[in-house]
Design a protein around this ligand. Sequence first.
Ligand SMILES: *[C@@H]1O[C@H](CO)[C@@H](O)[C@H](O)[C@H]1NC(C)=O
Ligand SMILES: *[C@@H]1O[C@H](CO)[C@@H](O)[C@H](O)[C@H]1NC(C)=O
Ligand SMILES: *[C@@H]1O[C@H](CO)[C@@H](O)[C@H](O)[C@H]1NC(C)=O
Ligand SMILES: *[C@@H]1O[C@H](CO)[C@@H](O)[C@H](O)[C@H]1NC(C)=O
Ligand SMILES: *[C@@H]1O[C@H](CO)[C@@H](O)[C@H](O)[C@H]1NC(C)=O
Length: 341
Amino acid sequence: MLCLVNLICWTIFLVLGASHGVTEENNQDVCQEEQYIDELSVKSSTGQEVLLEMKDINETFICLLYPTYLLNCSWSFLTEEEDTQLSVTISICDGNTPVQSPSYSSVERVGSRTLTQQQLNNLQVVLQFNMSWPDKWKVYSYKYDSQMLEFLPPPTNVSATVTNGSLVVKWALPHDQSHPMCFEYQLDLGDQEAPRHLGAQLSYTELSADPTHTYRVRIRMRRNSGCIGSAQWGEWSPTVTVEQPCRLNILLMVTLSFGIPMILLAVLLLMRQQRLSTLLFPPIPRPPSKYMHFLEKSDTFSFPYPALPSKTEEEITKVEVAEENPETFKSMNMTRTHSNL
Ligand SMILES: *[C@@H]1O[C@H](CO)[C@@H](O)[C@H](O)[C@H]1NC(C)=O
Ligand SMILES: *[C@@H]1O[C@H](CO)[C@@H](O)[C@H](O)[C@H]1NC(C)=O
Ligand SMILES: *[C@@H]1O[C@H](CO)[C@@H](O)[C@H](O)[C@H]1NC(C)=O
Ligand SMILES: *[C@@H]1O[C@H](CO)[C@@H](O)[C@H](O)[C@H]1NC(C)=O
Ligand SMILES: *[C@@H]1O[C@H](CO)[C@@H](O)[C@H](O)[C@H]1NC(C)=O
């Protein structure tokens, strides 16, 4: 039974594989070949073999192992001539033991292939590119260990708060990383500026944060050049949104919606005080009879607008204006009091 299932699976694998130009070679040698990590071997049909560094070539490629054990190898060979036949072999080794080694023939010049990988004690990946032309070929071979492959998870416990007008962002290392000095960070505040590049630190303070801005904070990390491993940026953390205290926004709105009209009004009043004050002063409602006596006796200045004491600065401004021109104001109010009577 198990055998039958195996057979079916194998057949499906072969059929699927063949239709995508994949061949599974039992490439024993690759895992056993002496090759250092982070060293590029270039073999060519002339029998020559040279060792180069990645920065010595125009082509780029990288393999990354995601926390889900998905291995993604991608490449860009745009600098090669159009007629170059490119094939890729991804050999997965557990130490010297080959695990799987799919080959992809006639791949695109910019592309990627992914493999699902189980957890291995001593994972190594050998990536080979064969560029061939009718009369010659050239093979790049590059070996990764698990540290070089690791696609870093995002920093954890990311928090962002605005205190005393400063934005303070804090984060922690993922629990499986134990060397804080090995990492550097890129912090994106969701503002107009480019992400901040930060060293081996676990907090950041943006002084004088913009109180009108809603910050959307995310951060990612990579190994710095002082430590062994891939220098590839890891995954972005989930975005933390910093809502600014409403108080500030209300204050701003109040300032804008009242302040500017108030200033304009004051200017207008100063310019055309007499006519405007006549127009703008609302008629005084008839006071209840128990205040009549008081009204008649009192000074108009100490009790100018009994019905509207709580309604704000508009009246206050007028009073100030009126005080500059007490004669007009007084006579007018006197008239009104009389007409009310
Ligand atoms: C890389 O490209 C430049 C410009 O196209 C070329 O001069 C140089 O020889 C190339 N280097 C290699 C190693 O192919
Ligand atoms: C693999 O990496 C390449 C290049 O970064 C990307 O375009 C592609 O989407 C990745 N594939 C998967 C399955 O993540
Ligand atoms: C590279 O590809 C060419 C053409 O397919 C082949 O003849 C050659 O043997 C390959 N080289 C290696 C090292 O596999
Ligand atoms: C991160 O948060 C979790 C739960 O809130 C807590 O248990 C853990 O100690 C925190 N880690 C660090 C490094 O602060
Ligand atoms: C805010 O700043 C004042 C003075 O600058 C300081 O006394 C106070 O402790 C600060 N508050 C916080 C929460 O940092």
